[in-house]
Design a protein around this ligand. Structure first.
Ligand code: PLP
Length: 403
């Protein structure tokens, strides 16, 4: 079966396996016509809060809704600056802008591709001034307050959170975790707290249940997790047009509710998530073993000892990513690029005035990263073929020098 095509992601097999369960969920929803809110949403929220070791969960319409509503509920206002990284999906910065704030960036760590705490510290020390009276930090050039940080747990791996929490405490910043790619990821906190789960460490966190995520709906869905009761309450208001009771609008809100049917599907899938995440880790380990020896022409994902990644993606780096992707495509192997253009250089943000060279680590990574097939059902045989095609392609790509 040398020519079998291998998809980057197989979403069909898993859903066919759950068909029976999903039909029962649909029947329940049809019997009660409970399509918006109600017990299916509440039950999922309880289960997901527990899974994330977080006190509260508020289901919303998407990961983008989750980020936007969490930022607004955390008190981010028009004119604020919110700091994140350039190598994330645009939803991270869309949510910041749509909350009224201006996104700004700090560069990432070379090996984990996540926010470099040293760069965040440098940004605050070199570009900002601490106002003792207001207990706030202001961006020197624009005079705007920097009020929040959005660390992005990328590819299934958490950001090095301890130093970021220390910096946030020092500068009075809110932390909203972008956990859209990190359902169940773990971080060992040396602040005496041991292993912590994504979504439990910041002021609040945002999850996406876009179908391809580790926990994916059969449509659009998202959730906010938080340990702050007031923040959860505000998110509940905001997702439902600011209503505290029917037609009693305490604030102007949004239509950002989680569908009951999606909540039902998600709750059923959540019961499998631990096993699926373990399967992803086993696949990543197998890739690592099979690729041992290719170091030099291929950079493998790095998992520090404080991290337990859930491998939403298995991302390698190759000097000639374009050629490698082309060869794999010709061999029938699906790949992805997450993400080809760092956000500070994307057209939508031309107005922010960034230039090539501003965030060199993120820029270099963007030009070399390649995501290989990764999903729990990926078989050993399929993996062996992916690896053999990658190695064959690398051997044929001439003079693979790291730029
Ligand atoms: C890092 C990151 N942030 C935010 C989002 C937005 O989530 P959604 O597509 O559910 O709005 C995604 C999902 O694609 C993501 O990967």
């Amino acid at each position: 079966m040398g020519n079998e095509t291998i998809p980057f992601l197989d979403l069909v097999t898993v859903h066919l396996g759950l068909q029976g369960e999903f039909i029962e969920i649909l029947k329940t929803a049809l019997k009660t016509a409970g399509f918006i809110g109600g017990p299916m949403v509440q039950e999922f929220e309880q289960d997901f809060a527990e899974f994330c070791e977080s006190r509260f969960c508020v289901g919303v319409g998407s990961g983008t809704d989750a980020l936007r509503l969490a930022l607004i509920a955390a008190g981010i206002r028009a004119g604020d600056i919110v700091v994140t990284v350039p190598n994330t999906f645009i939803a991270t910065t869309e949510a910041i802008s749509q909350a009224g704030a201006r996104p700004d960036f700090v560069d990432i760590e070379e090996r984990t591709y996540t926010m470099d705490p040293a760069k965040l510290r440098q940004y605050l020390e070199a570009k900002c001034t601490w106002d003792k009276k207001l207990k706030r930090v202001f961006h020197r050039e624009t005079g705007n307050p920097v009020t929040a940080v959005v660390p992005v747990h990328l590819y299934g791996q958490m950001v090095d959170m301890d130093p970021i929490l220390d910096i946030a405490a020092k500068y009075n910043l809110k932390i909203i975790e972008d956990a859209c790619q990190a359902h169940g990821a773990r971080y060992f906190s040396k602040r005496g707290e041991g292993w912590r789960t994504a979504g439990s460490m910041g002021h609040a966190a945002a999850f996406s249940f876009y179908p391809g995520k580790n926990l994916g709906a059969c449509g659009e869905a998202g959730a906010i997790t938080t340990n702050h009761e007031q923040l959860a309450q505000t998110c509940r208001l905001l997702r439902d047009h600011g209503q505290s009771k029917k037609f009693v609008h305490d604030v102007e809100g949004y239509n950002g509710r989680l569908d009951a049917i999606q909540a039902g599907f998600l709750r059923a899938k959540l019961r499998h998530l631990k096993k699926w995440n373990e399967q992803r880790s086993a696949i990543a380990e197998r890739y690592n073993k099979l690729f041992a020896g290719a170091e030099g022409s291929l950079l493998l994902p790095h998992q520090p000892d404080w991290s337990r990644s859930v491998y939403h993606l298995y991302v390698v780096r190759a000097p000639d990513r374009v050629m490698l992707q082309k060869r794999l495509d010709e061999a029938g192997i699906g790949t992805g690029i997450h993400y080809p253009i760092p956000l500070h250089l994307t057209k939508a943000y031309e107005g922010l005035g960034f230039r090539a060279g501003d965030f060199p680590v993120a820029e270099k990574a963007a030009s070399q990263v390649l995501s290989l097939p990764m999903f729990p059902e990926l078989t050993v045989r399929q993996q062996e073929r992916v690896v053999s095609e990658v190695l064959k392609s690398l051997a044929n790509i001439s003079n693979s020098e790291w730029r």
